[in-house]
Design a binder for this molecule. Structure first.
Ligand code: HEC
Ligand code: HEC
Ligand code: HEC
Ligand code: HEC
Ligand code: HEC
Length: 304
């Protein structure tokens, strides 16, 4: 309480204008958007970093912050070889959302023309090594608003869609004091507790086999299935958040296959080494090593 009071006092002493550096995010809205910058602003993470600086820095290091540009080769091949050559069709929203439902869910609000623009940017980035195009695409990712609002739609107690300007978290701590301290409506956001956010299913929405509305199957990763069947099914109790966020204070960095630290955690090495002499006459020392590797991750590794 004391800390909070001090912060309120400090904040009240600051000119309100000090926080007005970024364009106001336009949360919510249902109309389709044709301009990439407007779409990015609707789901902006820019304001979050003012107050959640550490979490923002962690997230920025994670692959969630690069979920389009890091998978760009695969996305380009899907458009060029899958849609254009394979199906002999022009890209539509239904096509692109087969990938973007997980790689950039923001595009659910995009108009037909913006979907075509994004497909062009993907092709330009790979085929013409166009850095401007890549920079634009880098703003589409799995960000704070996607996880703490859009993808909370699986919350059982939620009536209707997630509310614009409300961020759902594990505790739902009150932020009313921010309003009193004079923050604008978009910065002094509401909070609600969501049990779903801390569940494995929350991550499983994107980390598992995907069935688009037409019944096709997309398996660019299959990890949630093995988590459920092989890990939980055999008595495993930890959630994705336990191992990937809470353990070792990993927070929002979400380390995976690219980070030595967590890869080491996943592999158990049981080595038995016996020294012996095979030919006592010539005295050739020999070692028999029996090494067994066990998977200690909560799912199959590698993924895919
Ligand atoms: C159900 C959600 C989901 C859908 C749908 C989906 N992806 Fe993915 N994709 C993921 C996740 C999660 C990863 C990271 C998996 C991992 O690293 O274990 C990933 C990884 C990738 C990678 C590899 C990135 C790397 O690590 O090098 C490529 C490429 C990719 N996806 C392309 C696509 C394309 C193309 C489509 C559409 C045809 C698509 N994805 C559809 C969730 C999805
Ligand atoms: C991939 C999904 C995902 C993304 C992206 C994400 N978060 Fe989270 N966040 C979570 C989950 C899951 C938890 C709950 C962790 C737990 O239960 O230990 C959480 C917890 C939090 C908390 C509560 C922390 C606490 O200690 O009480 C805050 C605040 C938060 N996130 C803010 C942000 C901000 C700001 C961003 C963007 C910079 C962000 N999150 C991006 C999934 C995400
Ligand atoms: C003006 C400061 C401010 C800004 C800007 C801000 N937050 Fe917060 N946020 C807070 C405060 C204060 C809390 C209360 C928890 C605490 O004291 O850490 C909080 C709590 C949260 C929580 C956790 C709720 C829980 O479970 O306890 C989430 C999630 C969250 N914010 C997401 C966001 C996202 C996403 C953005 C950007 C779109 C954002 N915040 C921008 C100040 C801010
Ligand atoms: C909106 C979809 C979405 C949600 C929700 C989501 N992820 Fe991801 N995640 C992705 C995508 C897409 C990638 C791959 C990014 C890339 O490499 O292109 C990824 C990457 C990762 C990676 C790095 C993978 C690697 O190969 O190293 C880890 C670890 C991870 N996610 C864990 C989690 C956990 C834990 C949760 C739940 C708290 C979660 N994710 C929720 C979409 C999601
Ligand atoms: C018991 C701890 C544990 C649990 C539970 C767990 N993980 Fe992992 N996970 C790991 C470890 C350790 C690794 C690193 C192993 C490796 O990739 O070699 C890993 C790797 C990953 C990777 C990268 C895989 C790859 O090969 O590309 C992703 C993505 C991931 N986990 C997501 C999840 C999601 C989503 C869940 C929940 C459905 C989950 N994890 C549950 C420990 C866990």
């Amino acid at each position: 309480m004391l800390i909070r009071t001090i912060i309120v006092v400090l904040i009240s002493l600051m000119p309100i204008g000090a926080f007005a550096m970024h364009p106001e995010a336009q949360y919510g809205g249902t109309e389709e958007i044709s301009n990439l910058d407007v779409l990015v602003t609707r789901y902006s993470d820019e304001t979050c970093k003012e107050c959640h600086e550490e979490i923002y820095a962690e997230w920025k290091e994670s692959y969630h912050s690069q979920s389009v540009v890091h998978s760009i080769g695969g996305l380009r091949n899907f458009i060029v070889h899958g849609v254009e050559k394979g199906w002999n069709a022009e890209i539509t929203k239904e096509h692109l959302m087969r990938c973007m439902d997980c790689h950039a869910p923001q595009l659910q609000d995009a108009s037909k023309s913006l979907i075509r623009d994004v497909a062009e940017l993907i092709k330009k980035t790979v085929d013409a090594q166009d850095e401007d195009a890549k920079e634009k695409l880098a703003k589409l990712n799995v960000n704070c608003v996607i996880c703490h609002n859009t993808k909370v739609s699986i919350e059982k107690n939620l009536k209707g869609k997630p509310k614009p300007g409300v961020y759902y978290g594990p505790k739902g701590k009150s932020t009313t004091w921010l309003k009193k301290a004079g923050f604008s409506a978009t910065r002094a956001h509401g909070t609600e507790r969501s049990a779903a956010v801390t569940s494995a299913l929350f991550c499983g929405q994107c980390h598992g086999m995907y069935t688009p509305p037409d019944g096709d199957i997309i398996g660019c990763n299959t990890l949630y299935g093995s988590y459920q069947d092989a890990y939980r099914g055999n008595g495993g109790t930890e959630t994705c958040q336990d191992c990937h966020m809470r353990a070792k204070n990993r927070g929002h960095r979400f380390p995976g296959a690219y980070e030595k630290d967590i890869v080491k955690d996943g592999i158990g090495v049981d080595a038995q080494v016996i020294g012996l002499n095979i030919k006592p006459g010539t005295w050739i020392p020999t070692i028999i090593a029996r090494v067994s590797l066990t998977n200690k991750a909560g799912h199959r590794i590698p993924d895919g």
